[in-house]
Design a protein around this ligand. Structure first.
Ligand code: DCC
Length: 179
């Protein structure tokens, strides 16, 4: 298990978006999920995702791919706690119960360990409250990368815009512990 970084936010702290145009957590992504995560105990976060009319796959039920997105965000937020910049290498989801429109999925995500650049994480999403019945479970492996991953692979205009965005710079500073 990695140590929690000494600069990691305290439990109860709401984590911001890592990028304003992120479809999972950004405020500027049209139709995006806009989920936000809160620091939990140890190396964990909690994330709530409320299913709306726009998130349907089958009539009245959440689309599994969008649920996977919410889990990708929640699991990825764990990386803030260890000061790691990382991208999703593998994401596995188990759908245990249908998730109806109008319900809120209460997700708890945690770090399970690291090995080299790999960060192993897992999460459970419950309905009806944080102690409710488990509806979705997920595991993910994130791979630590350097900032050059985004500079080399991202679209230049987006990278440049992000580099001039004070909010984005604030998010990037949170990762400076492991540039
Ligand atoms: C500024 C603030 C911004 C902050 C920005 C925060 C961004 C969050 C974004 C939100 C989350 C996303 O959507 S991320 C977007 C979706 N994901 C991606 O686009 C990733 C695309 N894939 C890649 O770019 C690449 O394949 C990488 C970087 C993941 C790995 O390439 P690499 O760097 O050459 O590393 P490589 O040597 O192959 O692998 C290193 C180790 O990881 C393992 N590994 C590699 N890929 C996988 C995999 N898919 N599943 C399992 N394990 C894997 C290898 O076995 C190896 O283990 P061992 O031999 O050492 O044991």
């Amino acid at each position: 298990m990695p140590d929690k970084h000494s600069n990691a936010p305290e439990p109860g702290t709401k984590l911001g978006s890592h990028y304003s145009r992120c479809f999972g957590c950004g405020d500027d992504a049209l139709g995006g999920l806009r989920v936000s995560s809160t620091v939990g105990e140890g190396l964990s976060v909690t994330t709530e995702f409320t299913v709306t009319d726009n998130h349907q796959g089958a009539p009245g039920l959440a689309h599994g791919g969008l649920l996977a997105l919410a889990f990708d965000e929640a699991l990825g937020a764990v990386n803030w706690l260890i000061g790691a910049i990382a991208v999703t290498g593998r994401l596995e989801t188990d759908y245990l119960m249908p998730v109806p429109v109008g319900t809120t999925l209460h997700i708890t995500a945690q770090c399970d360990g690291i090995s080299g650049r790999k960060i192993y994480t897992s999460a459970v999403g419950r309905l009806g409250g944080p102690e409710g019945e488990a509806a979705v479970r997920a595991t993910a492996i994130f791979i630590q990368v350097g900032v050059d991953h985004f500079l080399s692979n991202g679209r230049l205009e987006d990278v440049q815009e992000a580099m001039h965005d004070p909010e984005q710079l604030r998010a990037a500073r949170a990762f400076e512990v492991n540039p």
